[in-house]
Design a protein around this ligand. Structure first.
Ligand code: ADP
Ligand code: MG
Length: 255
């Protein structure tokens, strides 16, 4: 299998705060990977490194064999807590169009006919075509997440990164998003940061457990050996991040 992400001895410091320490891992093509870990564990930083928008302090990182900054259109990104001003007058179609790289929009014609057609296809694929002219302020949380995924898909990414996309969704909306990601995974690598310990096992292929250091990267599963490997040390650490939510979901899920 082709390696799409390679990190070697990566350290990231924000001034004197160490966010990531000696991270080594590779991700293969068509992986569906969940990144688990407590708040402040460096999950968002890891995604931003892959995107080329966070700076490493030392180590090497390659995306499709190249510097992350050279591969921007190959990586789609759904950021954590997108704070759209819900009153901002913009509709679903326009948000998906925002995924077009700015550098590729011509000066006089904002978007081409091809752009518009492409948006149509993406909206159909995500089952949001009927919402095309809907203002974003009128969408449910699940619908808005699909629109943001649509925006991230615009440049035909080979890797799709999602930072806690289901955090504010109810169970049914979560399931829909995971089902959609599973479908998208047929053609691209998917990496999702999530606290949905209960659902990750049914959808993702592998998990990566991060709390500044990388504690585990490998197959998901419910067996005690894995639980020990993943949480033998970090159970406590993970619980520290978001005690109520994580402990509750933990027991239903991996435990
Ligand atoms: P997570 O996404 O797992 O919650 P982050 O990657 O956001 O973790 O943060 C990891 C650590 O780095 C935390 O201690 C956080 O406070 C710190 N951090 C993140 N971004 C910045 C930043 N831009 N400036 C300074 N410190 C940061
Ligand atoms: Mg984060």
């Amino acid at each position: 299998m082709k390696k799409v992400i390679e990190m070697n001895n990566i350290n990231v410091y924000y001034k004197n705060i160490c966010a990531l320490e000696n991270i080594n891992f590779t991700v293969e093509e068509k992986e569906f990977l969940a990144i688990l870990g407590p708040n402040g564990g460096g999950k968002s930083t890891l995604l931003k490194l892959i995107l080329g928008i966070a700076e490493k302090s030392s180590g090497t990182i390659k995306i499709h064999g190249d510097d992350p900054k050279k591969n921007k259109s190959k990586v789609g990104y759904v950021p954590q807590f997108t704070k759209f001003d819900k009153k901002f007058p913009i509709n679903v179609e326009e948000v998906v169009l925002m995924g077009r790289l700015k550098s590729k929009i011509s000066f006089f014609h904002k978007y081409t006919k091809e752009d518009k057609e492409k948006v149509g296809e993406i909206m159909k694929e995500l089952n949001i075509f009927h919402l095309k002219n809907r203002q974003i302020g009128e969408l449910s949380g699940g619908q808005l997440q699909k629109v943001l995924i649509g925006r991230a898909l615009f440049m035909d990414p080979k890797i799709l990164l999602l930072d806690e996309p289901t955090a504010s969704l109810d169970g049914a909306a979560k399931t829909q998003i995971y089902a959609l990601l599973k479908k998208l995974n047929e053609k691209m690598t998917i990496i999702i940061v999530t606290h949905d310990y209960g659902v990750v096992n049914s959808y993702v292929k592998n998990i990566l457990c991060l709390n500044k250091k990388l504690y585990y990267h490998g197959e998901k599963g419910m067996d005690s050996k894995l639980v020990e490997a993943v949480y033998g040390c970090p159970v406590d650490l993970i619980a520290h991040g978001v005690p109520h939510r994580v402990l509750g979901e933990h027991r239903e899920g991996i435990f």
